[in-house]
Design a protein around this ligand. Structure first.
Ligand code: NAP
Length: 333
């Protein structure tokens, strides 16, 4: 029987999502990898327990996380039932629809038909009456944005979700989506963009739109899927994401990339941090970032990433040195 750590709120920091009533932990845990049907259930469970014990009260899912698709939600549902039901009201649980989920024209993209059916399936898999945040996972170029945002509005009005979110929308699409949602009376709580030292696109306008509109930002893959850590400094470990050569490719771990990672690792060491800690701290240096949405494959990584909070401040000289290293490199992951 799991009993959560009584000190779980003592050291985590919480940041307000835009101008909403919701605060999120500065570090949130995503279940994209390592929580699927092919993964070790007890390891997944141990990571979730450890995260919650450290004040990580936001878990992020999507319909197609696994593999196989849907299995991360199923595993999460089982863990929720075993360990977290007494804590349901302390948790922010999110899911998404927008990528391929089931065959045929109603199992992908952004129709109302797909999004609401997918949300119902997600609730069933997780054994939940509602999720806290329901996201449109990506913009659909062929469906009118009014239809996709209308589905988010219905999700909230029908009680299946408490808040609406969008992911992977660029600055212009975001401005449009935020207006539609506001006009519908369901303001967008949060945007989920990809952001790390290696992928800085949100700095080109998206963060400005979110700040102006009072919408939060939870940034995914802040470790560039593990590149921004010491994981690959001595080759590609067989149990690493790059070894699977799918979402993170072996070819991405080039000599040039490793040279940048080593230089960043040196700066992290001077700050008294691991590179993973520095990567998390670096995204959180921007007050417009509500939460760093990390993934983990083992409990020790949860601990390491949370230790980032011990040093979130960067001197101007450190930032300049980091910018100099990044300027030598094409965005990679
Ligand atoms: N909205 C979207 O379109 C979208 C897309 C992608 C992700 N996401 C969300 O963002 C979450 C995080 O994405 P991500 O998994 O790519 O994030 P990430 O934090 O950039 O990468 C996670 C990987 O980095 C390695 N790692 C983590 N902590 C480490 C540490 N302290 N030391 C060494 N290595 C460490 C692990 O790799 P190993 O497995 O090799 O150990 C882990 O699986 C997802 O779970 C999902 O919720 C959303």
């Amino acid at each position: 029987m799991y009993a959560a750590n009584n000190q779980r709120y003592d050291s985590m920091q919480y940041r307000r999502s835009g101008r909403s009533g919701i605060q999120l932990p500065a570090i949130s845990l995503g279940l994209w990898h390592n929580f699927g049907g092919v993964d070790n259930f007890e390891n997944s469970r141990a990571m979730l327990r450890r995260a919650f014990d450290l004040g990580i009260i936001h878990f992020d899912l999507a319909n197609n996380y696994g593999p196989p698709y849907g299995s991360a939600e199923e595993a999460f549902g089982q863990i929720l039932k075993k360990d977290f039901l007494p804590y349901r009201d302390e948790l922010i649980i999110s899911t998404k629809a927008g990528w391929d989920m089931w065959p045929g024209p109603y199992g992908n993209f952004g129709s109302r038909k797909y999004m609401l059916a997918s949300l119902d399936q997600s609730l069933k898999r997780m054994g939940l009456d509602y999720v806290d945040i329901f996201y449109h996972h990506r913009p659909d170029p062929e469906t009118p944005m009014e239809e996709s945002m209308g589905a988010l509005d219905t999700a909230v009005r029908s009680g299946r979700a408490l808040y609406a979110g969008i992911s992977a929308y660029n600055a212009k699409q975001t401005a449009e989506a935020l207006k539609i949602l506001r006009d519908l009376g369901t303001p967008c709580l949060i945007h989920q963009p990809k952001y790390s030292m290696f992928v800085r696109d949100p700095e080109q306008g998206l963060f400005d739109v979110l700040e102006k509109e009072g919408v939060g930002a939870i940034v995914f893959s802040p470790l560039a899927q593990g590149l921004l850590s010491d994981r690959y400094l001595h080759g590609i470990p067989t149990d690493s994401r790059a070894a699977r050569d799918f979402f993170l490719k072996k070819k991405d771990i080039s000599e040039a990339m490793l040279a940048r990672i080593r230089e960043l690792n040196d700066i992290a060491a001077l700050r008294g941090q691991t590179l993973a800690e520095m990567a998390v701290a670096w995204v959180l240096r921007d007050p417009r970032v509500t939460s760093a949405l990390v993934g983990t494959s083992r409990v020790s990584q949860v601990d390491d990433n949370v230790r980032a909070l011990n040093n979130l401040k960067f001197s101007a000289a450190e930032l300049q040195r980091i910018d100099g290293i990044l300027a030598q490199k094409q965005p990679a992951a």
